[in-house]
Design a protein around this ligand. Structure first.
Ligand SMILES: Cc1cc2nc3c(=O)[nH]c(=O)nc-3n(C[C@H](O)[C@H](O)[C@H](O)COP(=O)(O)O)c2cc1C
Length: 363
């Protein structure tokens, strides 16, 4: 059940332009006002990944809190972790507006934001300011649009956040920065990971253990490209992969806004991103952590990501359509499920449907 306040807030926000509504939501989170009752979360949801103890496996995906202004407000909703960013070395305006579209009848969003963000200096300061408040807050790093050496931008991100972020996510899968996705190609990826891991190991001296480093990939990759990514990820021994970013596909979309340029997220992305997740799990083997993202909007969809191979899950669009009470509801339902099925940990569920998902056709 949605609370009345949740319903009124949703109606008011949905009458507004999408980006204004988003900015208002960030202001509300920043204000520290409670936006949902803190949920009761079972200890059975505790998940250990990359040496970090997550109170539950549901995270806020990158792109909502690009500038690390709302992390504490988001953690209060019950999220087990929050990923800020994408942050680029220099502040950036992003693409001209409008650049964010709500496809209500499809429970989907299309965005072509283009890495609008305040840059690493401001965001670093905010992450430092909240240090000591606890909670797992990762930082997703990217490259400036006009950068001459994009890999150097990722190295700068590692230097800026490697000592203070809970983890780093290297985002090479946004469809809204021309050419960025070519960093997923085998040779480019190998060079990128060698360089960022070298910087990661330099900053490791400043903390107890090296900062876990995840790679975020697109859902629009061929089987051959996925296999290359799995090989390079294993060879370089990164800490995990985030699957996936938004898609260029418009399968399952009926809205008149379907033609808008940009990445599609939400319900129509669930199937595609879950198939890619399962394929990657089979390619990469059982040891490497995977974070499943795309179309999570309920405990059923979150649990299905885990069955398809995910250790952790994230959501973004679900929060827009479901409201601030949704994370708590998902966690309550997941807790009840774990208890009913007598699972001491959701890890017991992982991969139980991986073959089924990996065999599905991508269209
Ligand atoms: C408006 C918007 C902005 C986003 N910005 C970023 C970003 O800056 N970096 C990133 O890695 N992913 C970004 N994403 C992708 C999300 O993190 C997530 O991978 C994607 O939306 C799929 O999840 P969902 O279906 O739960 O929304 C963005 C998504 C949306 C809708």
């Amino acid at each position: 059940m949605k609370s009345l306040l949740d319903k009124i807030a949703r109606q008011a926000l949905f009458r507004m332009d999408s980006e204004r509504a988003h900015n208002l939501a960030i202001m509300a989170f920043k204000s520290g006002m409670p936006l949902a009752r803190p949920p009761q979360v079972s200890k059975r949801l505790k998940t250990i990944v990359g040496g970090m103890v997550f109170p539950n496996p549901l995270g806020m995906a990158a792109g909502f809190d690009k500038n690390a202004e709302a992390a504490d407000g988001l953690l209060q909703l019950g999220f087990g972790f929050v990923e800020c960013g994408t942050v680029t070395p220099l502040p950036q305006e992003g693409n001209p507006k409008p650049r964010l579209f709500r496809l209500e009848e499809d429970s989907a969003l299309i965005n072509r934001m283009g890495f609008n963000n305040h840059g690493i200096a401001s965001v670093r300061k905010r992450i430092i300011d909240r240090a000591g408040k606890g909670g797992i807050v990762g930082v997703n790093i990217g490259a400036n649009k006009d950068s001459e050496d994009r890999i150097a931008d990722y190295e700068a991100g590692v230097r800026a956040f490697g000592d203070i972020a809970s983890y780093l996510a290297v985002n090479i899968s946004s469809p809204n920065t021309a050419g960025l996705r070519s960093l997923q190609d085998r040779a480019n990826l190998s060079e990128l990971l060698s360089r960022v891991l070298a910087r990661r190991n330099e900053v490791a001296k400043l903390r107890r253990a090296p900062v876990p480093l995840f790679l975020k990939i697109a859902p629009d990759l061929t089987d051959a490209a996925l296999s290359d990514i799995a090989d390079v990820a294993l060879d370089k021994r990164i800490d995990g992969l985030i699957v996936s970013n938004t898609t260029l596909s418009r399968t399952g979309v009926t809205s008149r806004l379907a033609h808008e340029t940009g990445g599609l997220s939400g319900l129509p992305l669930f199937e595609r991103s879950t198939i890619v997740l399962a394929k990657l799990r089979l390619l990469i083997g059982p040891a490497m952590p995977l974070i499943g993202v795309g179309g999570v909007d309920s405990s059923e969809t979150a649990l299905e990501k885990i069955r398809a191979g995910a250790d952790l899950v994230q959501m973004y669009s679900g929060l827009i359509f479901g409201g601030t009470c949704l994370p708590g509801r998902i966690l309550a339902d997941m807790s009840a499920f774990a208890q009913r099925e007598n699972l001491s940990s959701l890890r017991q569920l992982r991969d139980t449907r991986v073959d089924e998902w990996a065999a599905r056709r991508l269209d």
